[in-house]
Design a protein around this ligand. Structure first.
Ligand code: TRP
Ligand code: SF4
Length: 375
């Protein structure tokens, strides 16, 4: 690996945070995703190493090769705006749906109610208007997904969630989650049930599955896999596979967080608002223009570069060009932010046209499936 005079790796695909992920992988045994890269070259998140790790993904490759059924399962947290971080998971749903996977998606409204003080009616609205509408606008075919609210679902799910409690101890939960409370226990077991219940005999039966997550969800994945193995004689569950993606950095330099609007761009932000956020974003630029001309910028530290890298620039050649223009001092942050704003505004304009059409369809979707019944 080449390094520049400041000690940074020169690598358009690298990220300053890569070391943190390496630590996580070693500590918890997440495997590198590298060996599957060639199979999914057309997927931006794979190609650029954003999906960096996995557990048991060989099972999914096997299923794809043998044309056997498998499913992808994920849960959405209905407590705020749908932003670019959430788009990463949505894009993966679309990817797996095109690959022929069955798609299971739950609204974690009980978790939001228990852990984030949300009321269920608000959760329902956010689920529909923010999440499902954006999924649809990003290309997910809602007609083909299996969707549920944690608060309002079939009896097999609740029976199974209760059964799960038999094979886990409080000490074990404490070791994984620290402080534990009744609300946390219900949230955690709900998530395990979300991931495993599609394998119950009333649904698909034992099948390979994959959960695309950020590394913060790994404790849930480990517990879910342990529980699956403890119920072998009863349910013959296949341990779920998981993939792990890197997080984009927040625009303000901290974590991207739903509770901090300046840290994210929501897919419903007006282009003007989004541009304002880009203008205020932290960059890897130097203190003065002349310094930047001399020394070049540091894309590895730049939230604007992240926007190109994760979302706005599909074409690798163009991305590499931006990278080198930044490093060489040819590109100045002002100019670069203007270019990024332009791409973002175009993306949002186009997306929001689809979004308003999708919102109506989502209401029909929920109506048809009787998700509006009084709870
Ligand atoms: N706990 C997840 C979050 O905070 C939401 C979630 C609920 C989930 N059930 C799931 C994620 C099943 C993956 C799979 O976002
Ligand atoms: Fe970031 Fe662009 Fe500035 Fe480089 S020139 S540091 S990529 S904003």
């Amino acid at each position: 690996m080449n390094r520049d005079k400041f000690g940074y790796d020169i690598d358009p695909w690298g990220s300053a945070e890569v070391k943190d992920y390496r630590f996580l992988m070693e500590k918890f045994g997440i495997q590198p995703f590298e060996k599957f890269k060639k199979l999914f070259e057309d997927n931006l998140y794979v190609r650029r190493g954003i999906i960096f790790g996995h557990r048991d993904f060989d099972k999914i490759i096997d299923a794809i090769k043998k044309k056997e059924k498998f499913f992808m399962i994920t849960g959405l947290m209905p407590s705020g705006k749908f932003h670019l971080g959430h788009k990463m998971v949505a894009d993966q749903m679309v990817f797996y749906q095109k690959l022929g996977a069955k798609i299971f998606i739950c609204s974690a409204d009980i978790e939001a109610y228990l852990m984030r003080n949300m009321d269920l009616e608000m959760c329902r609205r956010i689920t529909a208007e923010e999440y499902l509408a954006n999924y649809m606008a990003l290309g997910l075919d809602l007609k083909k997904i299996n969707f549920w609210f944690q608060s309002n679902y079939r009896v097999e799910y609740y029976r199974f969630r209760d059964q799960l409690s038999k094979k886990v101890t409080l000490n074990e939960l404490r070791a994984i989650y620290g402080d534990i409370s009744p609300a946390k226990i219900i949230s955690v077991l709900s998530q395990c049930a979300d991931i495993l219940h599609p394998q119950l005999p009333e649904l698909l039966g034992p099948s390979p599955s994959v959960v695309p997550v950020g590394p913060d969800q790994d404790p849930h994945i480990r517990l879910t896999r342990d529980l699956a193995s403890r119920f072998q004689t009863e349910f013959r569950l296949i341990l779920p596979a998981a993939t792990y993606h890197k997080f984009m950095r927040g625009l303000d330099g901290g974590k991207m967080s739903s509770s901090k609007p300046s840290s994210y761009i929501a897919l419903s932000d007006k282009p003007k608002e989004a541009i304002q956020k880009i203008m205020n974003a932290i960059t890897g630029g130097r203190a003065t223009v002349s310094e930047q001309r001399d020394l070049g910028g540091v894309p590895e530290k730049c939230a604007v570069y992240d926007l190109y890298f994760y979302h706005l620039v599909e074409d690798d050649k163009k991305l590499v060009e931006i990278y080198h223009d930044c490093r060489s001092g040819n590109l100045i942050c002002g100019e670069c932010k203007a270019k990024c704003s332009d791409l973002m505004a175009k993306f949002l304009d186009k997306h929001q046209k689809k979004l308003s059409a999708a919102k109506e369809k989502v209401e029909e979707f929920l109506e048809e499936k009787n998700y509006n019944e009084k709870r």
